[in-house]
Design a protein around this ligand. Structure first.
Ligand code: ZN
Length: 240
């Protein structure tokens, strides 16, 4: 079910079993946008169906928070334009050359190009892995970018974070909502889910300069500012 978070913002909540992240929808007077494309055509289809059933206009653009499969593998079936940071698009370029066979997936696991958690969940989401297709975003940006959706503004900025080598946060200014991708989570590719302390501390000091009231992580329920502080205390105590 699409859940309304604020006057302009909705999410399709995450699904842990299929590793489907929260997908965001920002409803503007002139046009609407998605935050992340989904982990499969079926995931994106479900989001678009919920948007239609809620009587909301179809999104014209989809902003990608980071390159991980669960946020990007539906990009190729999105009807509008996809937008990503240059760092994200550079990594996606490599993924466009990956083959999707049992053998190729096993080989990537062996070399460490793919992580176990992702390999497992890709096979849960896809009955037929040969259907997987990765594309780059239609539009890429460096540094920051803003979107004026009519009566609502989305400010997007890259922040070095402990989760992936790319990663942007998207701030819905009028509603004081921040979409953060999975930035608070550890790195499953290089550190088996562990944290680089430097990147973690850099991230939390930078992100907290933004005046958000509600924080939307890809795989957690929306949090208040106080709840993000509690989460980061927990990470500091348990992971660093
Ligand atoms: Zn991720």
């Amino acid at each position: 079910m699409l859940t309304q978070i604020s006057p302009h913002v909705y999410i399709l909540p995450f699904d842990e079993e299929r590793d489907r992240p929260n997908l965001g929808y920002i409803h503007g007077k002139n046009y609407s946008m998605l935050i992340d494309a989904g982990n499969s055509p079926a995931h994106l289809q479900k989001m678009l169906q919920e948007i239609e059933e809620a009587g909301l206009p179809a999104p014209k653009i989809a902003l990608i928070t980071h390159w991980h499969w669960d946020h990007t593998f539906a990009m190729h079936v999105f009807d509008g334009l996809t937008i990503a940071h240059k760092n994200t698009n550079d990594i996606l370029d490599t993924l466009t050359r990956w083959e999707w066979t049992e053998e190729a997936m096993a080989e990537r696991l062996r070399t460490g190009e793919e992580c176990e958690f992702c390999d497992t969940h890709i096979k849960v989401e896809y009955d037929d892995i040969t259907q997987i297709k990765v594309v780059q975003a239609d539009i890429e940006f460096e540094d920051t970018i803003s979107f004026n959706l009519g009566n609502v503004t989305v400010e997007v900025a890259p922040i070095t974070n402990p989760h992936s080598d790319d990663g942007v946060v998207a701030y819905v200014k009028e509603d004081r909502i921040l979409f953060a991708g999975d930035a608070d989570t550890g790195d499953f590719y290089k550190l088996s889910g562990g944290y680089d302390p430097k990147r973690f501390h850099h991230y939390i000091s930078e992100v907290d300069k933004i005046g958000y009231e509600t924080y939307i992580h890809g795989h957690l329920d929306p949090m208040t500012r106080a709840e993000t502080a509690a989460l980061r205390r927990k990470i500091t105590e348990e992971e660093l």
